[in-house]
Design a protein around this ligand. Sequence first.
Ligand code: ATP
Length: 436
Amino acid sequence: MPATDLDQIVNLCKRRGFVYPSAEIYGGFRSSYDYGPLGSLMLRNVREAWVRTMVQQRDDVVLIDAAILGPPAVFEASGHLANFSDPLVDCTKCKQRFREDHLTDPDTCPNCGSKNSFTESRAFNLMFKTQAGPVEGSGTEVYMRPETAQGMFVNFVNVLQTSRKKPPFGIAQVGKSFRNEITPGNFIFRTREFEQMECEFFVPPAESAQWYEYWCNARFNWYVDLGIPADMLRLRAHDADELSHYSAGTSDVEFMYPWGWGELEGIAQRTDFDLKQHAQHSGEKLDFFDQATNERYVPYVIEPAGGVNRAMAAFLLAAYDEDVINDEPRQVLRLHPRLAPYKVAVLPLSKKDTLTPLAKQVYATLADRYMVDYDETQAIGRRYRRQDEIGTPLCVTVDFDSLEDGAVTIRERDTTNQVRVPIADLETEIRARLGF
Ligand code: ATP
């Protein structure tokens, strides 16, 4: 049974070192989080799983890493300076702020229950503005990107010329984005600093409907392939009044969070909006000349855009389980092996010096290929429980017999089954069980 209460995951994350509240020793920094030893590994695994599917396994997508800080010109052209805002209302009674489009009843304050106490709604721009260089004043303003996408549009020609790709092809990027959210919350679901994984897929205009459908399905299946049950996911098309300023159609992959359906990823038809805007504002030609047809055109764009942190929360919630092993309740994260922070834990049965050299040798062999934990403290049963709780798919136990028979025990997280294998075959056995 996946987690039904967000606190199950929040507590586990804190207790085991996945996610900590930011600046905790100073009383915390609201809705901001630091990722600990396990969380940082898991974030990296989410990113890598995305890059593997979106870039490594395709010959039509390339990866870039663009700057986070950008000049106003970029965001003027993209429309973010004028349009990237949320409607904000204040309750005149309790002084709380809300996103108007998130209110269930637009006349009632969800905090104090007052009726008709809201101010007129006003557009609140979500971009963080800062200043570059030592002199304050005009000409030094810069913005922190609110999405990674503009990096792909402004580099369209650079990539086209250097990568030898032609439409249909994509430019992908994983990196931090920043939004001054009015109401951050729900743990790592909505924060002001977060990481996105986005791909701008450039296509001939006539093919855009077919690619939109393709990406909606492909992105839905990515979450299923990495272990989220399909019945906890749905694809939802936006109503016309929900569409962003650049979008001619958007569908969200939504996940059943403990508080209800929420967005995991959006797949948007951005048409030729962005390339045309940047061409017009920069004076540069941002189009493609198709030598086969002798035609010049501005490609349409399909954009699958997901969040690394949001995906991590969904993977954790879906993987959470409680069961009973030998009359003892256990918490287990049934994470896909690609997402699990550690793939294997090497556990010498005792801390005795006689076992350490062999256990360390086993560790070193496996650590060459995988992220491996090494733990020699506490009773073996408790160590197994800890690995179950952090989602490690396999434990390898080195015991006193290992010194004689050159074999170790592999224990599986999900079944708790154990098998004895010769150390000489260990890597092959592990690879067969993990699938990579
Ligand atoms: P929402 O409607 O939840 O504010 P959005 O539609 O504005 O999200 P997009 O602009 O489509 O989000 O961004 C793409 C993805 O980036 C989202 O699907 C989400 O996974 C992630 N994302 C966006 N905003 C945040 C945030 N404040 N915190 C964490 N992840 C975010």
